[in-house]
Write a protein that binds this ligand. Structure first.
Ligand code: DGJ
Length: 735
């Protein structure tokens, strides 16, 4: 049994839950006559459950039932499993309430539990999944005796991967309505071992750069209140012990399966204990729970690694590939696409698109994606969002004609939408100005000259769904790029009463999930790629609906190294939308070799974002070779184990990463020389992930090396002269 319950362990520790994954254990204790839930242990797998002695309950006056005089001291230092606020625990709390009388404290104490095989889904929310033989779940019921508020803490451990998922369901079993002012999904209390916090930050075109800072006294938080997971911050944090690198050291990671406002905090308390929490951001959140009402908080994915960040990455990659990503394309090679955004922006018509498709199909590209600008009066980005009718001036003969022509070339067809938005200059806004999110009486803040539709309203959601579905039903469309180009602001909904306005942000995210869930149910063959002005809604929540997400609007091969390094720290390469774009690059003006652009895009979904009829001939001539490269390596890239070998963020000169097949018979390493260095003719790299006892040959070379040698003594990358040069190193087993 992967989850065990042991009782009568000591006078203070009444019971223990031990949750095991293949290599990790997580232990929770029920403590004292008040049945507090304490966190005992998370780390390398343990064989024994006798751990009650490490829980600090017996110290001095710390047992509240023995010495109630110092109850506050107990609450403020005890390692809680799911801490509630207001009664004496002054660290970040996981749950907050406001009763009808305006009172705020609560205490959630153990009542009962249930252990089952398999895993239930979460109502209206994306969540990881597993069959009965793949995972075991635990539900711990806790209750606040005064208000009758119940919290069900849910945990699942997986048999094939070192992940524990957590979520919380809150039920108002009292007689009075109350407000939830905060409901986090997970907490981890443990001793501070001099941790450093790893998180991901950026901006538009610069998403998910890795940051590592020491954890110290005071609270460190990473958060978004933008209504989406955001370009700027990411719902992820890992705590690592000092000196931890890719291959060594301990890591505790939390990743949020959610696409809206979030907050992750870590703090070191006066007793040198760490508290790490993750959940929906409390700012702008207030949820009314009527008697009998429930609130489901989203899921957190937790990973412990004792082999550095690299093992954490591989664990998350495996987990998302096997237990979160769904649908037709889950384990499938994706069609190589060509997207017309950077090729034409708004200046296109049927003729131009067919010319691009014709040339692309001859080169081996498999799908044309028509981006922004095909509908309403959308000749620039100032208008027409919401008017999802084909612009026949641009597309004479309509959408079906275009799609059929593209299909005749042997290519699939994909289309862009931004369903959640409304332009003030649109027929939709003229007909329904109240459909935009707005504070009555206040001039709304525009972003990219657009407002956000209030899809928390049923009629708006239904209209939005039908606008998209009608188009998808009208032609053979096999791919959708679902974009979202602004953050939420000016929160106000005509459908929500004053006492429910604090529910808006979360209801908005639920509405997005409902829309995408319905779309994938009606059109299950679709390849959905989420996008948000590049990668502002790149999160595990969206990954549940779309197996790939557009990573960044910056397709410059060099900028992409950092962006993709940060993204691949926690997401499988199969999820990372990556294209070869034209040069000089539209975002940074840099010119890089076409070959390097291809090599960098290979570490993602792979596609093109350029006018293939107008790029230099020598670049165009390389496309069939790149197409062949994609077909040769994509299985390995999509399914293999990812290893970070060197980071140019650290060494300033070169980047190197690899994917190794699960059976270790094959590996592909990508080496990018970002800057040439004078008087430096070769670079030694130490491959990772190979079988030390297997003999390998580097494709194109005669010599045979033992895996051990390639990893310990290394391999020399020679003869790369100049900046932005790259090389693929393909290694195969020799029998
Ligand atoms: C932002 C996306 O990231 C781009 O790829 C493109 O689709 C534009 N929006 C279109 O407005």
């Amino acid at each position: 049994m992967a989850i065990q319950f042991y009782e009568n362990l000591s006078p203070e520790v009444k019971a223990v839950f031990k949750l095991d994954t293949p290599n990790t254990s997580y232990v929770i204790g029920v403590v004292d006559t008040e049945q507090f839930l304490g966190h005992i242990y998370y780390g390398q797998r343990l064989n024994d459950y006798h751990l009650a002695h490490v829980l600090r309950v017996k110290e001095g006056a710390m047992v509240p039932s023995v010495n109630n005089r110092d109850r506050v001291a107990f609450l403020d230092s005890f390692p809680m499993e799911y801490p509630a606020g207001g009664l004496g625990d002054y660290r970040e709390s996981c749950i907050g309430i406001e009763t009808a009388a305006g009172n705020m404290g609560l205490s959630l104490n153990y009542v009962s539990h249930k252990i089952t095989e398999g895993k239930e889904g979460l109502s209206k929310l994306p969540a990881s999944f597993g069959e009965k033989n793949e995972c075991t779940s635990l539900e711990i019921l806790c209750e606040d005796s005064l208000t009758g508020l119940k919290a069900v803490l849910s945990y699942t451990v997986f048999a094939d991967v070192d992940v524990i998922t957590r979520s919380v369901r809150v039920v108002n079993d009292g007689k009075e309505p109350l407000y939830l002012t905060r409901v986090y999904s997970a907490c981890l209390d443990m001793d501070d071992r001099g941790f450093e916090a790893v998180s991901l930050h950026g901006s538009w075109a610069r998403e998910r750069h890795i940051q590592c800072v020491p954890v110290s006294h005071g609270r460190l938080s990473v958060e978004s209140i933008r209504g989406e997971s955001s370009h700027q911050d990411h719902p992820f944090m890992a705590l690592k012990t000092k000196g931890t690198d890719q291959d060594h050291g301990e890591v505790y990671a939390m990743h949020f399966v959610y696409s809206g406002n979030f907050k992750v905090t870590v703090q070191s308390d006066p007793f040198d204990q760490i508290r790490m929490t993750m959940g929906i951001h409390p700012e702008g959140f207030k949820w009314k729970l009527m008697p009998g009402g429930e609130f489901q908080a989203p899921e957190v994915v937790m990973v412990y690694s004792d082999e550095g960040l690299g093992k954490m990455s591989r664990t998350l990659h495996d987990f998302y590939r096997n237990h979160l990503i769904r649908g037709t394309y889950k384990d499938k090679k994706r069609p190589i696409l060509i997207n017309n955004w950077e090729a034409t922006y708004f200046d296109f018509n049927t003729e131009k698109l067919i010319a691009i498709a014709k040339q692309a199909s001859e080169l081996g590209i498999e799908m044309l994606v028509m981006d922004d600008g095909w509908f309403g009066n959308r000749f620039d980005d100032n208008r027409a969002l919401g008017d999802w009718n084909v612009n026949e001036e641009k597309l004479p003969g309509g959408l079906k004609y275009l799609v059929d022509e593209v299909n005749k070339l042997g290519m699939k067809f994909g289309i862009w939408f931004e369903p959640e938005m409304i332009s003030p200059d649109s027929d939709l806004y003229r007909a329904h100005p109240d459909w935009a999110i707005a504070i009555p009486g206040r001039t709304g803040s525009l972003a990219r000259n657009q407002f956000v539709l209030d899809i928390t309203r049923r009629e708006v959601l239904e209209h939005t769904y039908e606008s998209v579905a009608r188009v998808l039903r009208s032609a053979n469309i096999e791919y959708v790029k679902w974009d979202m180009n602004r953050t939420l602001s000016d929160i106000g909904s005509t459908d929500l009463s004053a006492d429910r306005m604090g529910e808006f942000y979360h209801r908005y995210v639920l509405a997005v999930y409902e829309l995408q869930g319905r779309m994938m149910e009606e059109f299950p063959y679709l390849l959905l790629e989420n996008c948000s002005g590049g990668g502002a809604r790149f999160d595990p929540g969206m990954l549940y609906y779309s197996p790939q997400i557009w990573c960044s609007d910056d397709a410059d091969a060099i900028e992409r190294l950092k962006i993709q390094e940060g993204t691949a720290l926690i997401y499988p390469l199969s999820a990372i939308g990556a294209h070869v774009a034209d040069c000089p690059n539209h975002t940074v003006g840099r010119t890089t070799p076409f070959e390097t652009r291809g090599h960098v895009a290979l570490a993602g979904t792979f596609g093109y974002e350029l006018d293939v009829t107008r790029i230099p001939e020598e670049d165009r001539n390389m496309i069939p070779e790149q197409v062949a490269m994609y077909h040769k390596y994509n299985d390995l890239v999509r399914e293999g184990d990812y290893y970070r070998v060197a980071s140019y963020s650290e060494n300033h000169y070169f980047d190197c990463y690899g994917v190794v097949s699960k059976d270790k018979k094959e590996a592909l390493y990508t080496f990018v020389q970002v800057l040439g260095r004078p008087n430096c003719r070769s670079r030694r790299i130490y491959f990772k992930g190979l079988d030390p006892d297997v003999r390998y040959r580097v494709e194109g070379e005669e010599e045979v090396y033992l895996g051990d040698v390639l990893m310990k003594a290394g391999y020399l990358v020679r003869d790369l002269h100049g900046d932005f040069k790259s090389r693929l190193i393909h290694i195969v087993e020799v029998k």
